[in-house]
Design a protein around this ligand. Structure first.
Ligand code: CTP
Length: 421
C-alpha cells in the first residue's frame, strides 16, 4: 500500500533541488525575452534550480522547448497543466526567489493589482520569497503615470524593481526602457538570494553614491587625475539596488558598465561632480562619497596643447582649490536627517588621520582605508574601519568590496530618518 506524506511546503521541483536554491524565472511577452535565456543559463550554471514560467505572449518570442531544455524543468504557461500538482500554488510556495525578466507594463500592472489569470501571475500571488522585476518596455510606457504608480506599489510592498537601462529599444528609437544586461540582473538576483530577506531594507529610499576619480583638464590632451577604479562605489550602488533603494550613481571616469537598476550620471571633473551630487542629493535619504575627488585643478585651462619651448624650460602649473563636496553636503544637509558618508584614503597614521577627517568633514560615517600604489586601488578587495560621528568604530576585515558595501548600508540603515507613513 502506498504511504502519503503531507508536506507543508511544495515538493522540490528538480531531482537535486533539495540543496539548490529554487528560482522561478517569469518571462513576460516582450522582445527582450530572448535575453532571459542568458539569465537562465547563468542561474543554472551557478547552481540554481530554475523553473521557467513564461506568459502565453512570451512564447511568441521564445518557445517552450528552449526554456525547458535550458532549465531542465517542465514549462507551462497556465494553471491547467498537471493540475494534480496544483502548480498555481506549489511553484510560488516552493520558490526561494522569483525574478520576472522582462517584466512588461502589463505584467507590472497585473502584479500590482493582484490579478491572477495565468500561471505566472498566480505564482506571484503565492510566492512569499523575495521578488525581483526587471522591466523592459518603450520609454513612453515606462514613464506613464500608470506604470510608475504600479512600480511604486510593488516597491512599497517589498519587491525589487530594477530600473530599466537607457539605450536602443525595439526598432530605431532609443531611451529608457531597455532590459538591463542579463549579467547585471543575475547579480541583483544573487545578492537578493544571499541576503535571504523578503523585504528589502532600503525600499522606499533614494541613495546617491559617487564613484571613480575626477580628472582636471590641463589642456585638450592632458589632465590631473588619480588612481581610483570606482569598484567600491559600484559595489555600493549594486548592493543598495539589491536592497531595494532607488540609486543615483555619479560616475567619474571609471569605464565600468552601468549597473542594473541604477541611474548613472557620467561626469568628469570635481566641479561637475559637485553639481551632479548636490542635484541628486536634494531628495536623497543618504549620500555616500566614494569618489576620489581632486582637491586641486589647474587655474588655467590651455585651449591648445601646451608645447615644449626651445629654451629647455618647463612650465609652471598654478593650481586652485576645488570645492570640498563632502564637507559641503555635511554642513548643509538637503533634508533633515539625511545621512552623509565619506571615504578616507590614507597612506600613513590611518586611524588618527581618519578620526581627524571625520570631525573636519562633519559627516555621519567615514570609511577609512589604507591606500598605496599596490593597495586597494583597482583591486577587488578592501579592508577598512568605519568610524561614526557618535564614536562607534566598525572594523571590516580584508575581503570583497561587496562585503564592505553591505556593512556600509548596514550602518547607514539605523541612522536613516523614518520613512513617511
Ligand atoms: N572629497 C570631496 N571633495 C573634495 C575632496 C574629497 O567631497 N574636494 C571627499 C571624498 O569623496 C571622500 C572624502 O572627501 O569621501 C575624503 O577624501 P580624501 O581624499 O581622503 O580627503 P581630502 O579631503 O582630500 O583630505 P586630504 O587630502 O587632506 O587627506
Amino acid at each position: 500500500m502506498e504511504s502519503y506524506v503531507i508536506r507543508e511546503r511544495a515538493p522540490a521541483w528538480g531531482e537535486a533541488a533539495v540543496t539548490k536554491p529554487k528560482v522561478v524565472l517569469g518571462v513576460s511577452g516582450g522582445i527582450a525575452a530572448y535575453k532571459a535565456c542568458e539569465l537562465l543559463r547563468r542561474l543554472t550554471e551557478s547552481g540554481h534550480d530554475v523553473r521557467v514560467v513564461p506568459t502565453d505572449s512570451a512564447l511568441h518570442f521564445v518557445g517552450a522547448a528552449t526554456w525547458s531544455a535550458l532549465s531542465g524543468n517542465p514549462v507551462s504557461t497556465e494553471v491547467w497543466d498537471s493540475v494534480h500538482e496544483v502548480p498555481h500554488v506549489r511553484i510560488g510556495q516552493g520558490a526561494d526567489l522569483v525574478v520576472v525578466a522582462p517584466a512588461t507594463a502589463d505584467m507590472l500592472a497585473k502584479a500590482a493589482h493582484g490579478l491572477a489569470d495565468d500561471l505566472l501571475t498566480n505564482t506571484l500571488l503565492t510566492a512569499r520569497c523575495p521578488v525581483v522585476f526587471a522591466p523592459a518596455m518603450h520609454t513612453e510606457m515606462w514613464e506613464h503615470p500608470a506604470t510608475q504608480e504600479n512600480v511604486a506599489t510593488l516597491r512599497r510592498r517589498g519587491a525589487v524593481v530594477v530600473e530599466p537601462a537607457v539605450g536602443r529599444l525595439t526598432g530605431v528609437d532609443t531611451g529608457k526602457g531597455r532590459l538591463p544586461d542579463p549579467g547585471e540582473i543575475f547579480e541583483v538576483c544573487r545578492r537578493v538570494l544571499a541576503r535571504g530577506v523578503t523585504a528589502p531594507d532600503l525600499a522606499g529610499r533614494h541613495v546617491v553614491i559617487s564613484a571613480g576619480g575626477t580628472r582636471e583638464p590641463l589642456d585638450p590632451v592632458r589632465y590631473l587625475g588619480n588612481r581610483s577604479s570606482g569598484k567600491q562605489g559600484y559595489a555600493l550602488a549594486r548592493a543598495a539596488a539589491a536592497r531595494g533603494a532607488r540609486v543615483t550613481l555619479v560616475e567619474a571616469n571609471t569605464g565600468l558598465p552601468d549597473p542594473a537598476g541604477v541611474d548613472v550620471v557620467h561626469i568628469g571633473t570635481a566641479v561637475q561632480l559637485r553639481e551632479a551630487v548636490l542635484k541628486a542629493a536634494a531628495d536623497a535619504d543618504a549620500v555616500v562619497m566614494a569618489a576620489a575627488v581632486a582637491d586641486f585643478r589647474p587655474a588655467v585651462y590651455a585651449t591648445g596643447k601646451i608645447k615644449k619651448t626651445d629654451d629647455g624650460g618647463s612650465p609652471t602649473i598654478e593650481l586652485v582649490r576645488n570645492p570640498d563636496v563632502l564637507a559641503e553636503l555635511s554642513a548643509d544637509r538637503a533634508l533633515p536627517g539625511q545621512v552623509v558618508v565619506g571615504f578616507a584614503a590614507e597612506t600613513d597614521d590611518v586611524l588618527p588621520n581618519g578620526r581627524a577627517k571625520l570631525a573636519r568633514k562633519g559627516c555621519d560615517l567615514l570609511v577609512v582605508n589604507e591606500v598605496g600604489e599596490h593597495r586597494t586601488f583597482g583591486s577587488e578587495e578592501n579592508e577598512a574601519v568605519v568610524l561614526a560621528a557618535d564614536g562607534a568604530e566598525t572594523p571590516v576585515p580584508y575581503g570583497p568590496k561587496e562585503a564592505l558595501a553591505e556593512t556600509v548600508w548596514d550602518l547607514v540603515l539605523p541612522r536613516l530618518r523614518p520613512l513617511p507613513a
